[in-house]
Design a protein around this ligand. Structure first.
Ligand code: KIV
Ligand code: NA
Length: 275
């Protein structure tokens, strides 16, 4: 972990070059992201993106740890942050510490992320004082989807004060960065100008100190739905669909495998191709 970026490195980027973040859940994708990102988040979005769950509420600590171990093997430079899943930290600071300590010990991550601001400030301070760097997540917090009644934009009108208070409380509690999810652009700018730690936006405008996207969303791999705040930089689901259709056609027509994929009785020399 020593050669990786650290939470203080990220904290120090406030007001400097934008902080580039993506999620990852597997070794090969972590390896790709590591070359381009400052922070790689093992998000609890893994439940919806890779496991087909209807929300993040069903994600367990064991799932997070399994994916975080895989991501760890793919990183050389980026800071790895792991989400604490629903139910693993809200009950008490002690519960949060036990969960976070287990995640850190088993996955070698350098920080955890949890959802909440004012209500979780005591918990965040408890972790930070005990050596666990915390990234906070405010605005639209998907683990509260039932309380919100959906995934609607947060911080409009008088609600702005609530989100600002959450971000400020997280920074005050010692969070080294705060994710702002799906809030209005003016509010994202105001929070970014107000709090002393970097804001990492997702659906929160270019005013933030950094940006994060769910990697499968920006690759066009998770195509079930498409939040407005996602820009698709590739269409991997479409490409995979074409590839599978072509493969199925080839197999049915006995065009695959071809002679070069098949083996003779007499081994060929290395110069003559694979044996
Ligand atoms: O779980 C996740 O992917 C996240 C990011 C979108 C911030 O929390
Ligand atoms: Na998350």
């Amino acid at each position: 972990q020593s050669r990786c970026l650290t939470p203080p490195d990220i904290r120090a980027r406030k007001g400097a070059a934008p902080i580039v973040c993506l999620t990852a859940y597997t070794t090969p994708v972590a390896r790709l992201a590591d070359a381009h990102c400052d922070v790689v988040l093992v998000g609890d979005s893994v439940g919806m993106v890779l496991h087909g769950l209807p929300s993040t509420l069903g994600v367990t600590l064991d799932m997070m740890i399994l994916h975080a171990k895989a991501v760890r093997r793919g990183l050389k430079r980026a800071l790895m942050v792991v989400d604490l899943p629903f139910g693993s930290y809200e009950e008490s600071p002690a519960q949060a510490f036990a969960s976070a300590a287990r995640v850190m010990a088993e996955t070698d991550c350098a920080a955890v992320k949890l959802e909440g601001g004012v209500d979780m400030a005591e918990t965040m301070a408890f972790l930070v004082k005990r050596g666990i760097p915390v990234m906070a997540h405010v605005g639209l917090t998907p683990q509260s989807v039932n309380a919100f009644g959906g995934y609607t934009v947060q911080g409009r009108g008088g609600d702005a004060e609530r989100v600002l208070a959450d971000a400020a409380a997280a920074a005050e509690a010692g969070a080294f960065a705060v994710v702002l999810e799906k809030i209005t652009a003016p509010l994202a700018r105001r929070i970014t100008e107000t709090i002393p730690v970097p804001t990492i936006g997702i659906g929160a405008s270019a005013a933030c100190d950094g940006q994060i996207l769910v990697v499968d969303d920006m690759l066009g791999l998770f195509a079930d739905f498409r939040p407005r705040f996602v820009r698709r930089y590739a269409e991997l689901a479409r490409d995979a669909e074409c590839a599978m259709a072509a493969y199925a056609e080839d197999v049915r027509a006995r065009r695959f495998p071809a002679p070069e994929h098949s083996f003779d009785d007499i081994p060929q020399t290395p110069a003559g191709g694979a044996v």
